[in-house]
Unconditional design. Structure first.
Length: 242
């Protein structure tokens, strides 16, 4: 009997920036003025066209004030992501689109093949992080509220499958699952995304004590401790997230 023909392997996903129009004023051109230049303007808006296997997406960043921007990623089917971010911690439009759309970098952009250690959980990372000073402009203060964004992979109405993200918006760790009711008691929905909110209670040398807040902003559960260096890489001040 003749063997059945095999289906062709699916084409790899390749997310790439779409070249700018001729004579367009790009950040690359502006950088020729010098990296120390200060832009005096209001209502600043920038955009980048992206393409993934023929599908077009558009990333837009609108200045709110200072280094705080409102970002949006949209496609033919509508908005994929929308949130505020601090420009000093932003990984770039291409990296954010890869995270939101679930696209891996092409082989040419990946590091040479080598054994990849498993990504530690936040608890493991805290235990492994050596005490060290955190820059004063990143250090938390008692009484502040900090937030961590999560990416929801699937919501079937009963369970929520989600990934935690770091301060740069990159996912880490294993996929987690919670019953929808439990998820909504812990996380709150804001501006198209889900967030976990904590309140800073005390700071001792290189560690921070905090209380988790429910979706209404009320303390939930006992106080917990975390290395300050881990906190600033997985959470951002709530004031900077809006």
């Amino acid at each position: 009997m003749a063997s059945m023909p095999r289906d062709p392997a699916p084409a790899p996903l390749n997310l790439r920036p779409v070249p700018s129009e001729p004579q367009a004023l790009t950040l690359g051109l502006l950088s020729r003025l010098g990296t120390g230049m200060t832009l005096q303007t209001s209502g600043l808006e920038l955009h980048q066209e992206l393409e993934i296997n023929g599908a077009r997406y558009r990333f837009t960043a609108s200045q709110v004030n200072g280094t705080t921007f409102k970002g949006r990623l949209t496609g033919a089917s509508g908005e994929k992501w929308s949130d505020r971010f601090d420009l000093t911690r932003f990984p770039g439009a291409l990296e954010l689109a890869r995270t939101v759309l679930g696209v891996s970098p092409p082989p040419a952009e990946q590091a040479p093949a080598a054994p990849t250690p498993p990504v530690p959980t936040r608890k493991e990372a805290a235990a492994q992080t050596a005490p060290g000073p955190v820059p004063s402009h990143l250090a938390p203060q008692v009484g502040e509220t900090w937030v961590m964004n999560v990416l929801v992979e699937n919501d079937d109405g009963r369970e929520m499958r989600y990934l935690c993200t770091d301060a740069d918006g990159r996912s880490y760790g294993a996929v987690r699952v919670l019953a929808r009711n439990d998820f909504e008691e812990v996380f709150f929905h804001e501006r198209g995304g889900w967030r976990l909110r904590i309140a800073i209670e005390s700071i001792t040398e290189d560690r921070v004590s905090y209380r988790q807040l429910d979706r209404h902003g009320r303390p939930r559960g006992p106080s917990k401790a975390l290395a300050t260096a881990v906190l600033v890489t997985t959470f951002v001040p709530e004031a900077a997230a809006y």
